[in-house]
Design a protein around this ligand. Structure first.
Ligand SMILES: [Mn+2]
Length: 204
């Protein structure tokens, strides 16, 4: 947990961060991705938005490895210039249920992972059964990212950088809710730690 949420603290914090997890949470205020609020948007907290967007961009410049989960996935996309679907149920035709009222450790829909992606290497599979606890999703992906997984209704479920030398994995599902029952979901966290270790060793 970072003991701060002010943009002014970022220059002090950044040099001591080996890696960052942008965690889940409430919605991102729509004007951060150039939109007005639509019916269906949930609560947002602009102090947290500003702090995380600034932290993401400064960390991006410094090549700090990052893992985004749910809101964190959306946050990384918005910080780098992408947009969001404000409410899947209102915007996506024939949408799957992405926010079922079930515990975080229960599986929901499947996702299809792109071949030749880092995500496919991490999970060693093309079809992955995931949990789902979101009502928003990435709409237009940011120029730095490519889409590497979608659910059956075409909703974007994972992004990774176009630059293969950078670790910035953005997941719409919640691996932290699943790894105790399904150990494969520990793999994204191992990948983050390994990327942080590799970056640290460049200055050893
Ligand atoms: Mn989903």
């Amino acid at each position: 947990m970072l003991p701060a949420n002010s943009v002014a603290s970022i220059p002090t914090l950044l040099p001591i961060l080996d890696g960052i997890i942008f965690s889940g949470g409430i919605d991102i205020a729509p004007w951060f991705y150039g939109q007005e609020p639509q019916i269906g948007i949930g609560a947002y907290e602009t102090d947290r938005d500003q702090w995380e967007i600034e932290l993401c961009n400064r960390a991006w410049e410094a090549h700090v490895p990052m893992l985004g989960i749910c809101r964190g996935c959306q946050l990384m996309n918005v910080a780098r210039g992408g947009t969001l679907i404000q409410d899947i149920a209102r915007s996506v035709p024939n949408a799957l249920l992405h926010n079922p009222s079930i515990p975080h450790n229960e599986l929901s829909h499947h996702i299809e992972i792109e071949d030749d992606s880092a995500l496919a290497s991490i999970f060693k599979t093309k079809i992955l059964h995931v949990n789902s606890l979101h009502h928003q999703a990435v709409d237009v992906s940011a120029p730095d990212f490519k889409v590497v997984a979608r659910s059956g209704d075409e909703v974007i479920e994972a992004l990774e950088p176009i630059d293969p030398g950078r670790f910035a994995l953005a997941l719409q599902f919640h691996p932290e809710g699943l790894f105790e029952r399904y150990p494969d979901f520990l793999e994204p966290f191992k990948a983050l730690v390994n990327a942080a270790f590799r970056r640290g060793c460049q200055s050893c």
